[in-house]
Design a protein. Sequence first.
Length: 584
Amino acid sequence: MSQPSAATRRHRRGIACDECRRRKLRCDGQKPQCGRCLDTGVACELTQRSARGPKKGHLRDLKNRLVYLETLLENSVPAEDTQQDLHAIIEYTGDPSLLPFVRAGHAAEVGTSEPWISAGTVTSNSEHEGLLQPDLTPGVPSFSQRSSVGPIISGHSTPIQSITGLMQDELDQLYLDRVHNSIPILHQRRYMSWSKSSTKTEPRRCLQYAMWTLAALLSTQFRDMIEPLYQETKRMLDQLTVAANEDSNIDTEIGQAWVLLVTFESMRTYHRQAWMSAGSAFRFVQAMHYHELDSLDGKRGSAYAQRDDFIEVEERHRVFWMAYFLDHIISMRGDWPITLNEHVICTRLPASDSKFQNGYRELGPFLSEAMTDSTLQVRSSFTECLILVTICGRSLFQRQQCQISKAYGDMTLDWTEQRQWLDRLLLSRFQVLSQCYPDPTESNDPLLLFTHILAQATVIYYCKTMIQSDAPSNFTQNSEFRYEHRALEASKNIIRLATTLPELPFSKVHPLMPMPLFICAEFLYSNIHNGISVQLPIQDLFHIFRELKNVNNHEQSYLDLLPRSCISKTAVMVGLGDEGGASS
């Protein structure tokens, strides 16, 4: 019997050696040395490469986690329990067959019928984790779309954890471009100087998250981050509020964050939560004595004003007055009592924004001085808004006083002089807006257009409170007719101004624009019995509502905001709007 050759005695391997790979030659795969390396006398080496693709069973494990996650969401488990379950599911690395029992007391059958994820699309653990983020997983509802399930704030699937430096820059720029002009409470250069720091204080970090929350809401590319950013902002604010003691020097950034949070919740139509957060904002500015920053009696607020630099002091002025503005405009919607009473305020109005941003010291007037100044001069759109909501606050106070007087059995108060004073004040504000400011429909200033619409809404609110107040002896039926006619003309002016809104990008519309528009809608609907003079304007207004994009859902319009607003009879109003759309 013949002996086997050396080549036959060598074992074959299925992978080419390094030398044959380098020279791109066919390797015979012999062991311990291939034929080509043997002929050339080169060392035959083979570098072992890691196996491609996920390890065995990983896709099935991932699929089971996703199925169970969907089951939790569909069963509408309470938010707190669901959040714990999601952490447990994401962090669980054991036997996939035991996954339904990770959460005690909530067993669920895990189906394996549909291959949700193709093996060719998954290459690394980081990519698997990305599949669990909202809006990226087929069949799993977005956390921001499920009111019964709270967003995840910590864990591997949190979008917040993956915010890169580039994303932070984009969110900062979005805020400055789309929010700051409407809510001018921030010194831009000072913010940019500390925003890049890796050692930010917790209040500054909280403010930054509040800014990013609003920026994400007004964006198209960061929609999945809205609710996680909002929840994280709330968590930090609550934590900072609890941790602060009475003697600690609380940073201005906390007040700024509260103001932005209230604005966000109002935009999201979280009206009850917005009112609760507004209360915290009001108590903050009161506790920090921001209502008496320019007092001369040496209290804490005035001591701050004397000690700190101008920019810091001006930011406190602006935080207080933005809280004052929110207090009044939110109270208008529900006819609630005013918290920040104008008669105990000893804080000057904000300086002009241009000088503030450039670091020039300028003292604004006191509110009473600005309201009674007979000269027509440009101040700022923000100051005009503050004067207008103050007029609304006084109208609301008159109505509430009449109701209290009636309940106590007192004689009806004669408000003739107060009415005449408010009439003159309204007239002077309209003269200033028309003669000292550019045409709002041609300006690129969202706050200026909002100011003009708010001025007309102030007329409506003023006339409504005058009609609803107990009339004195000289308040005749003819007077009531004049107030109704005046409010109707103001409504038509709002519609004229609002026709330009659909032409603007949604990011250029003031965040609180729905409030004055809905005041107009409510007045028109409550007077629809007056015939064609009201029916035509309300049809025009609802046409504008259908054209205006809902910031919460870009596929919806302002009509979808009506049922979630705090004004009366909104369900009927939506029905009327749909009928108008059908008829047209």
